[in-house]
Design a protein around this ligand. Structure first.
Ligand SMILES: Nc1ncnc2c1ncn2[C@@H]1O[C@H](COP(=O)(O)OP(=O)(O)OP(=O)(O)O)[C@@H](O)[C@H]1O
Length: 358
């Protein structure tokens, strides 16, 4: 008996996306279904290439077709993604999701996290941009081996000049550091810094982006207000270390995003420098800065805990020599960042899901 597309779709109606509590057919995730004899092939369209449930959903589709349609069907599932965006986005139309990486305190690893998240999402196939908005100490030029680099510009047919982000590792990058002498401090005054930051968003040729990651300065200042009030933000990721002095400041940073006048979804907390494991004692963990502080903070604020990153020499070295550690696909840290990036992308998709999905 011939297999019909109605039979296959009916089977796939039994596969539910756990995040959206609806089946894949209703969510319009099944595309390009073709059937030739017992060969069934279709595309499963997710809302992020970093979806942590892609293997689970693929297996559920295979099982449903085998169970409800034909045990001996030859099934080929092609997984693609079309990243969703918040429905009310009016500005920066080609940028789907702006994600802020923030910390209450300096030096906790915010730029390290922002850089490695960008690398991870780009490696998954997403179109990624990174803005280094840290007016006090822009680190992205160093972390991407671009100290001294200067972006060029192009003129549009309407006569507007657009800055061309510098591309590295498949990521489009702009940093305030590209516009200053690396050895000269730039005494940014509030309004000047705010204008410079707005230009990085509005006057740059970003093209289409799935995710624009923004590395914020530490604390809660003018730049935070400018960015959160000028652009549609998909969410903020909070980076902290576990010690009390960092947590106290992080608490304030987190509370800022929850203020009614700002009201930005907090995608979760990352605990950086969570512990140290010496190479010669791989089973030992030393909690140098205290234990589980980030987790406790996430629980106290009712936001997701995204994961912990240990203190690893390769992270410092990768940051210093312009090769973020997540580029090394075989490293344990690449896996840790992949897990965190997957949770962030999933959370963004859930927030955008009126009525989309992951
Ligand atoms: N998990 C880690 N293991 C080892 N080194 C780390 C780790 N996280 C960050 N570092 C190192 O700590 C230093 C500070 O990190 P980073 O610049 O990312 O912090 P930051 O919060 O962005 O700082 P700033 O407030 O200056 O912007 C860098 O040298 C970085 O390589």
């Amino acid at each position: 008996m011939e297999i019909s597309s109605e039979q296959v779709l009916a089977a796939l109606r039994n596969v539910e996306d756990p995040d959206f509590k609806k089946d894949l057919v209703t969510l319009n995730m099944i595309k390009e279904l073709t059937i030739v004899d017992k060969k069934i092939s279709f595309t499963l369209e997710l809302t992020t290439p970093a979806c942590p449930m892609k293997d689970m959903l693929k297996n559920a589709c295979l099982n449903a077709i085998k169970y409800f349609v034909a045990q001996d069907a030859e099934i080929h599932i092609n997984i693609t993604s079309r990243v969703t965006k918040p429905t009310d986005t009016t500005q920066l139309a080609a940028i789907k999701n702006i994600i802020l990486v923030s910390s209450g305190k300096g030096g906790v690893g915010k730029s390290t996290v922002a850089s490695n998240l960008a690398v991870t999402l780009a490696a998954d196939g997403a179109k990624v941009g990174l803005i280094d908005a840290d007016i006090y100490g822009p680190s992205v030029p160093t972390m991407f081996g671009l100290v001294g680099a200067k972006p060029s510009a192009r003129e549009t047919s309407e006569g507007k000049t657009l800055i061309l982000p510098i591309e590295k590792y498949g990521i489009k990058l702009l940093s305030l550091g590209f516009f200053a002498d690396p050895d000269q401090p730039v005494p940014w005054r509030g309004p000047m810094a705010s204008n410079a930051i707005k230009q990085l968003f509005n006057d740059a040729d970003w093209g289409e982006l799935d995710y624009l990651i923004v590395d914020l300065p530490p604390g809660t200042g003018d730049i935070h207000i400018t960015i959160t009030q000028s652009f549609p933000i998909a969410g903020a990721v909070i980076v902290t270390t576990p010690q009390q002095v960092a947590l106290a400041d992080t608490r304030k940073g987190l509370a800022m995003f929850k203020m009614p006048s700002i009201n930005i979804p907090v995608l979760g907390v990352i605990e950086n420098m969570a512990y140290f494991t010496p190479e010669e004692l791989p089973d030992n963990r030393y909690y140098i800065f205290g234990r589980d502080g980030g987790k406790a903070l996430a629980t106290a604020f009712g936001v997701p805990f995204l994961g912990e990153i240990p203190i690893v020499q390769g992270i410092t070295e990768g940051g210093d020599n312009g090769t973020p550690i997540a580029l090394d696909k075989e490293s344990k840290m690449a896996a840790a960042f992949a897990e965190i990036a997957g949770k962030i992308a999933q959370q963004v998709s859930i927030n955008n899901a009126q009525p989309a999905n992951c």
